[in-house]
Design a protein around this ligand. Structure first.
Ligand code: UDP
Ligand code: MG
Length: 300
């Protein structure tokens, strides 16, 4: 019998967890001939999420929770889920029911009978979405990775694909890039986006912005190449202007040129700094997450 593991990162989701549990268990129990487990990864919630998860785990032997010692972020929560899932097929879903549970059965069929390694949900509209998500187009261009705006983390994967992702042990994690990096055949299932069924989004403008940059710096060195090209162009321009300004009055030109070049230099020092800080964090080899409490034996 095949086993499906459902990974659910949760951060302050007390309002939606009971409804999520009801809908997902109902859907999973309708799929014929499967066993399932639901792994709730409680990412340092400050509300009553952990109490609710303890109750659910007590009520249903297929439910497990892992509570982190603090908030490590959704990337860390997904990684913890993948490391501890024991299913033949593993799916990642948000707790707020924005990822429709009714797709689970079609995802399973695609992997089991159509020879796909991954079946992913793709939003076809953007209700309740932040406009900053247009950043995916920039990330896709810079990283040359196939990352669609509507394509989130909602997907079911085979054990083989999960094991391939677990081989990527880096500290600076960017799951959308990793799905694309490991490859494998993906089937896309479109769905209409809905508002979250309770609680609030955990993404502020600032956190979306830094997540977008994390995506660029973990999967691309194009910004450094761009820095070199712009540096070359500026040297060319400064040669031309210095020749020109030796005939015309030089002072005003020089002041603005120096200011402009200092600005450009600071930007590129900051780009280099981003890569250095990524290396620094990788070199420390700190754990990606720390589990404080669980009702399941840890796999590793
Ligand atoms: N989440 C998490 N840790 C965080 C932020 C979010 O585990 O630090 C979880 C959250 O509980 C939800 C999922 O990640 O299950 C997606 O978060 P959210 O719905 O806020 O994001 P959005 O749908 O707005 O992209
Ligand atoms: Mg959401």
């Amino acid at each position: 019998m095949d086993k499906i593991s459902v990974i659910v990162p949760c951060f302050n989701e007390e309002e939606v967890l009971p409804l999520f549990y009801k809908e997902v268990v109902h859907t999973l129990e309708k799929i014929q001939n499967i066993d399932y487990e639901i792994l709730f990864i409680n990412d340092g919630s400050q509300d009553h999420s952990e109490d609710i998860l303890k109750l659910l785990a007590h009520k249903n032997k297929h439910c497990f929770y892992y509570s982190f010692s603090r908030n490590f972020g959704k990337e860390a929560a997904m990684y913890a889920g993948l490391e501890n899932a024991s299913g033949d097929y593993v799916v990642i879903m948000d707790a707020d029911l924005q990822h429709p549970p009714y797709l689970l059965e079609s995802m399973y069929q695609a992997l089991k009978y159509e020879d796909y390694d991954c079946c992913a949900g793709k939003r076809i509209d953007r209700i309740g979405e932040n406009k900053l998500r247009n950043f995916y187009k920039v990330i896709q261009y810079l990283t040359k990775m196939d990352m669609d705006d509507g394509a989130g983390d909602f997907r079911m994967m085979t054990r083989q694909m999960v094991d391939a992702i677990l081989e990527l042990k880096e500290y600076n994690r960017y799951m959308k890039g990793m799905f694309s990096f490991v490859g494998f055949n993906t089937k896309w299932l479109e769905f209409h986006n809905v508002e979250r069924q309770g609680g609030k989004t955990k993404w502020s403008f600032k956190s979306l912005f830094s997540y977008a940059f994390k995506g660029i710096f973990s999967f691309s060195s194009t910004p450094i190449t761009i820095a070199g090209v712009i540096g070359g162009i500026l040297i060319g321009i400064s040669l031309i202007t210095s020749l020109y300004s030796s005939f015309v009055h030089p002072i005003s030109y020089l002041t603005s040129l120096v200011l402009f070049l200092s600005g450009i230099q600071l930007i590129f020092v900051s780009i280099l700094g981003q890569y250095c800080s990524s290396c620094y964090f990788e070199a420390k080899q700190r754990p990606i997450y720390i589990i404080k409490n669980t009702n399941k034996k840890l796999r590793s």
